[in-house]
Design a binder for this molecule. Structure first.
Ligand code: NAD
Ligand code: MG
Length: 391
């Protein structure tokens, strides 16, 4: 039996991971299951899988979790520190599927134990790529990318010599507004941005897909995970989401990874790695597909992509600032305090402010990443307040 933990078990990636585990319950022993605000969902999973511990991120919800697990004999805990302690529990495979920078501390702790970390939480690589990769190297841990594009690159690169790689191309579906005229985007609502044409995902990444902040994070994720020069990393809009990524070599050959848009492929690949096992995903019928199309990922339409280029060029703590500002801008958009197109404007202003204040010059340590994450969020709130006062 393999010992596994799932961080973010109640989310979209968590549910897909659970779906695979549920199909083969004899093969796994659950160590830790964690969630956020969905206490009923977390308790139901805990009752079904009987992990060593169930953890909610919110200390205020602990009594509720305790009550929901009464009589089961299952242990529970709450809060950011409890999440880190859950990552101390020995496990063979850990799914990192918390959304946002909150996924970094437990993921980092898990790597220190030399585990295999299936990384869906792209924000940890964006905020602290060098720290995460170095920690994995030092402790003999393995990070397996779960983001579909990065799983695709990982698979396409298997057995290849990095020195012959000319370009890595990740695809973008274009999200909810790919066919909207540019001048309509300003008035796009959170509800409109929350429906994805191809993928069924959590609300935050779905909105990030519409604004291309998701692809911006993924460009940085590609740079950090594979160590590729940012100038060799491209994004292209591919509305069908059938090709997830391509690796182009110096002899003109290009290896593409194709599959149905179903995260259970990338999750299952990481779960079974280095073996391949049958997975319950749709098989592609090329005749039915007919054709695949591509469009430029335009940096005027999607300023988040231009910002990602600047962040990659600057490196260091810029990723943490970019992600922190992006998370706050998204909070404000969801709450109706910011327009859709103002998210990128706000992030850009935060980056400019922090650069001007020389706040991003330090080394990429957990303490520094936390500090920068916080000042980026504060600075975003501050800039928004100034704007509102001026209106
Ligand atoms: P989701 O919102 O559906 O789920 C997020 C999970 O994190 C939930 O279990 C939630 O309770 C928990 N959580 C939220 N805030 C937390 C906090 N502050 N502390 C601890 N736990 C918290 O999100 P998702 O779509 O499953 O995405 C999870 C991660 O995977 C994200 O980093 C996302 O970018 C990445 N990802 C998702 C998909 C997808 O298809 N959903 C694809 C690629 C990558
Ligand atoms: Mg992706």
């Amino acid at each position: 039996m393999r010992r596994i933990s799932i961080f973010g078990a109640t989310g979209s990636i968590g549910a897909s991971t659970i779906d695979l585990i549920r199909r083969d319950p004899e093969a796994y022993r659950l160590v830790a299951l964690t969630g956020g605000q969905n206490i009923a969902g977390l308790a139901a999973l805990a009752r079904e899988f009987r992990p060593e511990i169930a953890v909610t991120a919110d200390p205020a919800r602990l009594p509720e979790l305790r009550a929901a697990l009464a009589g089961t004999g299952l242990a529970c805990a709450a809060g950011p520190q409890a999440l880190i302690e859950a990552a101390d529990r020995p496990a063979d495979w850990i799914m990192s599927a918390i959304v946002g920078a909150a996924g970094l501390p437990p993921g980092l702790r898990a790597l220190r134990h030399g585990t295999t970390l299936a990384l869906a939480n792209k924000e940890s690589l964006v905020c602290a790529g060098p720290l995460l990769m170095e920690t994995a190297r030092r402790h003999g841990a393995t990070i397996l990318p779960v983001d579909s594009e990065h799983s695709a690159v990982f698979q396409a690169l298997a057995g290849e010599d990095m020195a012959s790689v000319e370009r890595v191309i990740i695809t973008a579906s274009g999200g909810a507004f790919r066919d909207w005229p540019l001048d309509r985007l300003r008035d796009a609502t959170p509800a409109e941005a929350s429906s994805h044409p191809n993928w069924d995902m959590g609300q935050r990444i779905t909105i990030d897909s519409a604004s291309m902040f998701n692809k911006a994070l993924e460009l940085i994720e590609t740079r950090e995970f594979f160590g590729i020069d940012p100038r060799r990393i491209e994004a292209v809009v591919h509305p069908e989401s059938i090709i997830h990524a391509m690796v182009a070599h110096n002899d003109g050959g290009i290896l593409a990874h194709l599959g149905a848009p179903d995260m259970r492929h990338a999750i299952g690949f990481a779960l079974n790695w280095p073996a391949r096992r049958a997975l319950p995903v749709e098989r592609l019928d090329f005749v039915r597909l007919g054709s695949l199309s591509f469009r430029p990922a335009c940096e005027t339409r999607y300023p988040a992509l231009r910002l990602a280029r600047e962040v990659m060029a600057a490196g260091g703590l810029h990723g943490a600032a970019f992600n922190g500002a992006k998370e706050r801008a998204l909070d404000h958009f969801i709450a109706g305090r910011l327009r859709f197109t103002e998210m990128a404007e706000l992030v850009e202003r935060v980056l400019e402010r922090l650069q001007a204040a020389a706040a991003l010059a330090g080394a990429v340590t957990l303490e520094e990443v936390r500090r920068v994450d916080q000042i980026a969020r504060d600075s975003a709130d501050d800039a928004l307040r100034l704007d509102q006062a001026a209106r």
